[in-house]
Design a binder for this molecule. Structure first.
Ligand code: 5RP
Length: 236
């Protein structure tokens, strides 16, 4: 039977939580319409007493508020509880390439999402199959988080390396999106596929860039929901 996209997101998230989350874990919780299903599934298992002693790190206000609603205890990454490291982070993604490299940041939370992912022993991504692409950089725009003072200089530097650049505009607020860390987002696209690892490093060398949405340095296990209700697990 064909499943709608919301059901697919829910299936991928539940499969990842059920397979990977164990009692006692320090858990990074991602952001977006797929990751929220993982938070809800973890909350459900905690409420049922199936999981206990979970401490969570929320990657955004969205994740934090959902954890509060569900009674999932959250701590700062700098806290003694975590000492900067997590056992597992579960998140969503905007695109996944054949080597499980990602574009993330459609929800603007890329900075803290990358901090959680790169500081987790295990990183899991949950997506529906529409997120699987042959290459990164030409389809879904790559978000680049930039300090406001560097909007023009970074735009010029990005155009110089061949990117087209769009300032992310807010909805229901005039002007640009301001991230949870007071920065703006430049969404960029390339006319041809790029090497995600090289580009991830190159973008972060531009003065004024805080972080970018290529995730190539930490390979996730990817849970891919298909329209027939099955969930494929892809680890590389
Ligand atoms: C937020 C993200 C999200 O995980 C990504 O945009 C996917 O979101 P969704 O599951 O809603 O499609 O990176 O910054």
């Amino acid at each position: 039977m064909e499943q709608n996209k919301e059901k697919m997101k829910e299936a991928a998230a539940a499969a990842a939580v059920d397979a990977l989350v164990k009692s006692g874990m320090k858990l990074g919780l991602g952001t977006g319409s797929t990751a929220i299903h993982a938070i809800r599934r973890a909350g459900e298992l905690i409420a049922q007493g199936v999981l206990c002693d979970i401490s969570a790190f929320a990657t955004s206000f969205q994740a934090e508020i959902e954890c509060e609603k569900l009674g999932i205890p959250i701590y700062p990454l700098n806290s003694r509880e975590f000492s900067g490291g997590l056992d597992l982070t579960i998140d969503g993604a905007d695109e996944v390439d054949p080597q499980n490299r990602l574009i993330k940041g459609g929800g603007g939370a890329l900075l803290i999402e990358k901090l959680a992912a790169y500081n987790s022993a295990l990183f899991a991504i949950t997506v529906d199959k529409s997120k699987i692409v042959p290459h990164l950089g030409t389809g879904f725009p790559v978000p680049v988080e930039v300090i406001p003072e560097a909007r023009v200089s970074v735009t010029k530097a990005l155009e110089k390396i061949g990117a087209s650049v769009i300032l992310r505009e807010a909805l229901r607020k005039a002007g640009p999106v301001i991230t949870e860390h007071g920065n703006i987002i430049l969404d960029i696209r390339f006319s041809a596929p790029v090497d995600p690892a090289l580009m991830e490093a190159e973008l972060n060398h531009i003065p004024g860039v805080v972080e970018n949405g290529f995730f190539s340095g930490k390979k996730p296990v990817v849970y891919i929901a298909h329209s027939d209700g099955t969930v494929e697990v892809r680890a590389i």
